[in-house]
Design a binder for this molecule. Structure first.
Ligand code: ZN
Length: 166
């Protein structure tokens, strides 16, 4: 609790005309390191930025988790958002380390979590296709990526999509 008291007496918390409650989070960002000062308390550097908006305040404020909790008057959801984005960051990191194999056709592929993901070259660049293994369910993405590595990174989103749609 001491932490909260320190936060809510600093920076914009003590400037007149700034609403303390009634803010809504409109987005969250992972800066990959604590690199931006919280725009509300102006006293901590944050890695996970919560973008907050209020009907009576013209600007969007980029703040840390503790300030977001107070501004939303919700002590559960801001932490959940942060946990979610943290898992995604960890997921992307391990995804980037994945070893891809090369098929007889020369396409790069990976079999994971019951799916086959393939990155293949086409006229516009590199495409992604995903198939649920052992079935004939599959989908080829319309989007092309300029590089093979870009398509491989994007294949994680294809996998996550496939898990709920394919
Ligand atoms: Zn803050």
């Amino acid at each position: 609790m001491a932490d909260s008291i320190v936060h809510t007496s600093r920076g914009k918390w003590s400037s007149p005309g700034i609403p303390h409650k009634g803010w809504t989070c409109v987005g969250i960002d992972d800066l990959e390191a604590p690199s931006q000062e919280c725009e509300m308390c102006e006293s901590v550097d944050v890695r996970y930025v919560h973008y907050m908006e209020h009907p009576d305040y013209p600007e969007t404020l980029a703040v840390g988790c503790i300030c977001a909790e107070h501004m939303e008057d919700d002590y559960v959801r801001p932490k959940q958002r942060e946990t979610g984005i943290r898992l995604i960051a960890r997921r992307r990191k391990s995804w980037a380390e994945k070893k891809w194999r090369i098929s007889q056709l020369g396409n790069h592929f990976v079999n994971t979590e019951g799916f086959n993901l393939t990155v293949f070259e086409r006229a516009e660049g590199f495409g992604i296709s995903v198939a649920r293994r052992g079935t004939d369910r599959n989908q080829t993405g319309r989007k092309s990526y300029p590089t093979r590595d870009g398509a491989k990174a994007a294949a994680l989103s294809a996998l996550l999509w496939a898990k709920t749609h394919l």
